[in-house]
Design a protein around this ligand. Structure first.
Ligand SMILES: *Cc1c(COP(=O)(O)O)cnc(C)c1O
Length: 434
């Protein structure tokens, strides 16, 4: 499969190059030239397929011969090695739990797959690969754990000081080994800008082999489409209209859902669930995309004022605003609504959502009010384990949440980070010194 840049469709690179580069030289995002529907046989037999089989068959469409089948199978085996269960809230509402990986958030899927793919493509290279990651919390730890102890690869994480939860900070700063955490005195958008500046800086690129591992890397998006397909496989009644709500920030997860749609997943509506950072909702309403600085909220992994995957979504639908707004509904909620929702959803469904998932369920419920029937499958993606956000969950409820063992362990470790300003010169000096 060839990949083009969203800034210039004439540019064609291999999956290998797209993965190792992360971002195209012209600053655009890599996109597959075409996404074919999976064969009708696949769809006919999907209920009997395992998560790994589904992942393998769809991965092949994006990668083709560039990774031999036995290597690809191994990659899937070591990355898609934890479940994504579909939990029933009631007869037609479901939660797709994506937090059963090592860092308790959905980003483990993409990060682990990308890490193994990069390691595969990098195995014959002499020079070390340096991966720069801007993180609003969950990306960094997922990527870092994915790459931890992978030979020939070094990871530099940039996270906004004071703008991630305590637990997230611990997860980012306690890994050690080939992972370094930079604490940036700025917000997430500053971190993202710094990373982009580094990629286009000639001096840095002469000295280092730099690549990205944000949701802009296509190798992270592809595996995120697998769990959408697997969720469909798990549904008992597949003929009903399918609605999927995605708590969104940089829109990588939603874009992966759109990939699954292009692979033939019969989704009637995607619901882009947002906190008050709602430039996408405004785009759906007005047709105009107007990035803004992000605002801090309880669902902090969704605090993005300039979603980096927006151009991919536009591209998938040839910039046709009408088609996009027909397929995607969006809704935005405040922190107060989110906090209340965590409590009310517990009372209603006996299920404790984390703040991101709660925004997802709120958006789903708002959308369902616009539908006057009851015959549907409504799936909300639960993107993180609630134990990661104990501070923002009502005390009575938070006491009921079991802290997973892997999280307890990491909380006991000591934080290691290097503080830097949001001035690019400082980052450059640092990178030239390592
Ligand atoms: C990253 C993240 C999101 C947002 O996902 P995008 O792909 O950036 O839209 C939502 N919830 C959680 C818990 C996250 O970590």
């Amino acid at each position: 499969m060839k990949y083009f840049s969203t800034n210039n469709k004439a540019i064609r690179v291999s999956f290998r190059e797209a993965t190792l580069k992360g971002l195209a030289e012209d600053g655009g995002l890599f996109m597959p030239v075409e996404i074919h529907s999976l064969l009708s046989d696949f769809w006919k037999n999907i209920s009997s397929k395992s998560f790994k089989e589904i992942s393998f068959e769809s991965a092949k469409l994006f990668i083709e011969e560039e990774i031999p089948e036995n290597n690809l199978e191994k990659i899937i085996d070591t990355t898609i090695n934890f479940p994504a269960p579909l939990v029933e809230l009631n007869a037609n509402k479901f939660v797709l739990e994506l937090f059963h990986g090592p860092t308790l958030a959905f980003k483990d899927f993409g990060a682990r797959f990308m890490a193994q793919t990069m390691a595969y493509f990098n195995k014959d290279e002499q020079k070390e690969l340096t991966i720069l990651v801007a993180t609003s919390g969950d990306t960094g730890s997922a990527v870092a754990y994915g790459f931890h102890n992978v030979e020939g690869i070094k990871v530099i994480l940039l996270y906004p000081s004071d703008k991630v939860s305590q637990i997230q900070e611990k997860q980012l700063t306690t890994i050690g080994g080939n992972i370094t955490a930079l604490e940036i005195l700025g917000n997430f958008d500053d971190c993202q800008t710094l990373v982009k500046q580094a990629f286009t800086n000639p001096e840095l690129n002469k000295k280092l082999r730099l690549t990205s591992a944000n949701s802009i890397n296509i190798a992270r998006l592809i595996p995120q489409s697998f769990y959408y397909l697997n969720a469909f496989a798990l549904l008992k009644e597949k003929d009903k209209p399918l609605y999927i709500a995605v708590p969104s920030g940089n829109f990588g997860n939603l874009t992966a859902g759109l990939f699954a749609f292009k692979l033939g997943l019969p989704v009637e509506k995607f619901i882009a669930a947002l906190n008050v950072n709602k430039v996408f909702l405004d785009y759906l309403k007005s047709g105009k995309f107007a990035p803004r600085p992000s605002v801090k909220t309880l669902s902090n992994a969704m605090d993005v004022g300039n979603p980096s995957n927006f151009n991919r979504i536009i591209d998938l639908f040839n910039n046709d605003h009408k088609r996009i707004s027909n397929l995607i509904y969006s809704a935005s909620f405040t922190d107060l609504q989110t906090e209340e929702a965590v409590k009310s959803f517990y009372n209603k469904y006996e299920y404790i959502f984390d703040p991101h998932g709660a925004v997802g369920q709120l958006a789903m419920d708002e959308f369902l009010l616009t539908q006057n029937h009851n015959d549907f499958n409504a799936i909300v993606l639960e993107t993180a384990h609630p134990a990661k956000f104990l501070d923002s969950i009502d005390e009575n409820l938070s006491q009921m949440i079991d802290m997973p063992e892997r999280l307890k362990k990491c909380l006991k470790k000591k934080k290691h980070s290097i503080k830097l300003s949001s001035d690019f010169a400082d980052l450059k000096d640092f990178l030239l010194s390592i």
